[in-house]
Design a binder for this molecule. Sequence first.
Ligand SMILES: [Zn+2]
Length: 587
Amino acid sequence: MKRFILACFVFLITTDLLAMEYLLKIPQHSDRQLQILQDQYLFRLRFRTKDFALIQSEKISSEAEVLDQISPDFNYYILATQDSDRVFADVKESKVLERFNGFVLIKLHIVFEPMLFNLTSHCAKLPIEIQLPYNPVGLAPRLAVTPEPYQETIRSLLRQLDASAWFDKVRALVENEDLQRPGHFFRSRYALRVYDAKQYDDSAPPDYACDNAADWIASQFESYGLAVEFDSFQHTRSSIGKGVLGEYTMRNVVATLLGKGANSDEIYLVTGHYDSIASKTDRWEQDWKILPAPGASDNASGIATMIEAARFLSQIDLNRTIRFVAFSGEELFLHGSRHYRQLIQARGDKVIGVINLDMVGHDGGGELDLHVLGDQQSQWLVKACQTVAARYDIEVDLRLKNDPSFIFSDHSPFWEIAIPAIQVSEESSLTDPTESIEYIHSEFDVLDMITVPLGMLALKLTVATVAELAGPSGEEFIFEPQPDSPIIRNLIVYPNPVNLQKSQFVVLDFYLTRPAEVQVTIHSSSAEHIFTSQPFSGGIGRNSDFGWRGKNMSGARVASGVYTCSVTATDEDHNSHVVESKVVLIQ
Ligand SMILES: [Zn+2]
C-alpha cells in the first residue's frame, strides 16, 4: 500500500511552473520514502508531522497543496492557535497557511519576528531545511549488555545521587546570586542580560544576569575537573518601525568529559538551556531588564540535572566522549543550539547522539512521568532510555514518543542535520490540555513548583543512559551486534510503474547492513527467468547504483507486464539473504 502511494506521487509531481519556489504540503511518507522522493525531485524538507510534510520546491504536483510562494522577506512560524489571535490583532499582514492539532502555520514579515518572543506558549520558526537521516530506521545500534562489573559501577553511582545537591543547584540557578556582589540576586537568566550589550535606543544597558549564570555553570563544571569553553554568538534585537534596538553577545557553556577508550572520537551531547523568560508577565517587552524570570523548572531543573550528571560521570572512565552543553537563547527561537549545531557541523565533530533536558522539575499530575521524545531516526535513543530504566530499576513512568513535529526545544536543530536527538521532559504534547503548563514563562516558575523526586528520576535516567551509551573505557564496542540481522533490507524499486520510453532504467535501491556481494535476478509474472546481473560488491549503507534497462539476457526489450526483482546479498561468511519487489513495466 505504501509503495502504491509512493508511485502515485512520483507520477503526479511533474508540472513545472515558473522558476518560483513554493511551500507545499504533501501527505506524509516515511523518512525513507521522503528520501527517495527527494533524490528524484530535489526538494527541501522543512517540517513533518505524522500526517503531512512541508516541502519547498519549484515543482508542484496535483497531490501537493500549494500553501505559499516563497519570499525572502517572510518567515514561517508554528504557534498555538490561541497565540495566533494576538499576532493577527497586531499584524494585519500575517497570514494563516495551515491549521493542525491546535496549532497554526503562519507567514510573517521578518520585521515582526520579535513580537513572537513574547508569546505565551509553544512557538517555533520553521526550519530552513531538514536533512533526512542516511540510515533507515531499524538499523540503529541497540544497547549492549555491558559487563557486570561496569553495571555495578553505574549502580554505585546511582546510589550516591543526592537530592539535596540537585535541589541546591536548581536554587542557585533560580536565585542567580551575583558572583561579583555576594548577597545580591538577579532571579532572572534572560538571554539579553549580558556583559556585552549595545543598546541603540536611548535606554540603559542591561545588567549581566544571564552571563552571571553562565559563569556559575562553568565554575561547577571546572570544579569537577572538566575542560570548559564558551561558545559565543551574536543576537540582534529589532523592533517594528524602530530598526535595530540592540546587539548582544550570548554564550553557550561547553564542558568536555574526554573518553578514554578506543571510541573517544565519538561524542554524545547532554544539552539543556540555561536562559529563562517571563513573557507572560505584564510589561515584559518594556521591563525585561528588571523583571524576574526565575525559570525553576524551565530550565534550571534541566541544567541542575546536567551539572549533577557531569559531577558523577566524571568519577568514572568512559570509552566515548561526553560534552555537556548549556545553551543560551533557547527562548529566542533556539538561538544557542542552532549556533552550536553549525559549529559541530563546520568542525565535522562525530556527534552520534544528543540527550536534551528541558523541564524535568515539575510533576503536575503526581504520576512521576517523564516524556522521552524523538523523531523516527532517534527511536533507538528513546529505546535506550527504556532499556536503561528497566536494567537499573529506575521507577519512572516513561512516556516514549515518536513525533517529528515537536520542534520546540534544543533537540530539534540536531534533527535538521540528521543527528539522533531526544528530549527528556515533564511534557511532550502539542495538544494535550492536561499538559498545558500554565506556570512556565511567568514569574510563577519558582522553587515551590519543583518536585524533587521527578528531578531525581531524570538525573538517574541521564546518568545511567549516558554511562551505558558511552561505555566503559576498556570495552571497544558496547552496542549489541545483531548476528541474526538481515544482510539486505529495504528494497525499493523506482520509478514504479516505469515507462521505459521515458526512463532509461528502473533503479533498485536497497540497504546493506554489512559489505556483501550482490546479484540481481528478474523473473516474469509466470516465473520465467528473464535476467541475472553480474555479481557486484555493495558497501554498508544505502546502495542505489544498479539500474535494470528492461532487457533480457540477450539484450532484447521485454514485454510490458509485472516483473519480480530479487536482490541476493552474500556476506563474507557466505550467509545469503534475498529481498524482492515487484515492478510494473510499460514499454
Ligand atoms: Zn525550556
